[in-house]
Write a protein that binds this ligand. Sequence first.
Ligand SMILES: CC(C)(COP(=O)(O)OP(=O)(O)OC[C@H]1O[C@@H](n2cnc3c(N)ncnc32)[C@H](O)[C@@H]1OP(=O)(O)O)[C@@H](O)C(=O)NCCC(=O)NCCS
Length: 468
Amino acid sequence: MAASLRSVFSRSPFAARTAFHSARFSSTVSKQPTLKERLSELIPAEIENVKRIRAEHGKKTFGPVAVDQLYGGMRGLPALIWDGSVLDAEEGIRFRGKSIPECQHLLPKAPGGSEPLPEGLFWLLVTGEIPTQQQVEELSKDWAARAAIPEFVEEILDRCPPTLHPMSQFSLAVTALNHDSAFAKAYQDGISKKEYWSPTFEDCMDLIAKLPNIAGRIYRNVFGQGKLPAIDQAKDYSHNLAALLGFGDNEAFVELLRLYITIHSDHEGGNVSAHTGKLVGSALSDPFLAFGASLNGLAGPLHGLANQEVLIWLRKMQDKIGENASDEAVKDYVWSTLKGGQVVPGYGHAVLRKTDPRYTAQREFAMKHLPDDPLFKLVGQIYNVVPDILLQAGKAKNPWPNVDAHSGVLLTHYGLTQMQFYTVLFGVSRAFGVAAQLIWDRGLGAPLERPKSYSSSAIEMMFKDKQA
Ligand SMILES: CC(C)(COP(=O)(O)OP(=O)(O)OC[C@H]1O[C@@H](n2cnc3c(N)ncnc32)[C@H](O)[C@@H]1OP(=O)(O)O)[C@@H](O)C(=O)NCCC(=O)NCCS
């Protein structure tokens, strides 16, 4: 606890304030606060904190805006606030100030497990605090109790042709959950702005809770894997998700899912899926509409679909150059990809400039559980050759692997070989970050997003008579 408090204090004044509460509550044996109770304590304090920051610094500016940033996908443009996670170009992601290894160490585990429970990561994202074992168990139970999806959503999924991409089906089903949105209903009933966060919280809890049933149904419908089992109220979220996919008996796969969801949950506020959710939520679209939009962004090959693309690329490589190919043959294949005007999937990043720690966490998992897997060995071989080639090609600002370079290999090892499904698992995970952000945006009364766009002629006019 001392170490965790120290790292909280060194990272964030918000987390430091709340760490006292955490210590107090974790020493209370009987009634520990639920996530919603804790949140209701944190929101008023954070509203005051934001007021203070804006009063002290609101008129200050940091950094000029370059015209290149307007044309260049807004890279590096400071534009958003999100306390849940921050991405450092060199070090990678920290969730509320904690690195992935720190989360693996500090967050509660399942009995006999060694990977963090995503329930705990969600608690951390929402509160900045490490929950107790009891608090994550309560969250598991709460999500299991909310897990059923409406019959009409089941029917929507059952009517989808199996040729419709699993991500499109996923987005359809999540959007349709808006039918029962507590926020949309409360808004129609004239809820006060101050109360927005409460039905948003309920929707976000429902959203996360229902994703395993949606993902499981899509998987079984598309890939013909038999009847969907019932949610086990006594099991954690990842176990239930694994069971719905047909892997509930494989404890190593369940552990993989716990790690997978944790590391894929959030990647600060500006990535396509996180930012889309925030943007759509800023119009007071409910969390189901907002996260449905996030999923459509995640389904793009430069974002979440890259995990599918990596596997397709690896399989094509094996078909072309065979298994156990030499480094030279792998290099030639990578060059042929680049010369064909394609990207090497799983490499490069818009912000990161080093190997993604999410890649490293998965590599460590593989070394522990599947060191002799041939595809894992190929991924390692590719890691040894691709960065040099991307550097020689001279375009990519980051030649190192990202999260997607590794995830499919792990899933494949355990028999989840249907790569078109991989981004759905990324989507289940990303809901944790988007939901935490939506809750806080409504808690802090975040306004409608409306940045300014310019025409090219306006840019030319603006700088017409100015020196460079
Ligand atoms: C992630 C990604 C979209 C970031 O894009 P970005 O911020 O524009 O990246 P850069 O600034 O480094 O891009 C500069 C150039 O290098 C190219 N580049 C970047 N990564 C590359 C890769 N892995 N393979 C080949 N070329 C790459 C870009 O396509 C761009 O080319 P262009 O000037 O012809 O348009 C990009 O690295 C990519 O396409 N990676 C492969 C897909 C992937 O793994 N996505 C998952 C990300 S978590």
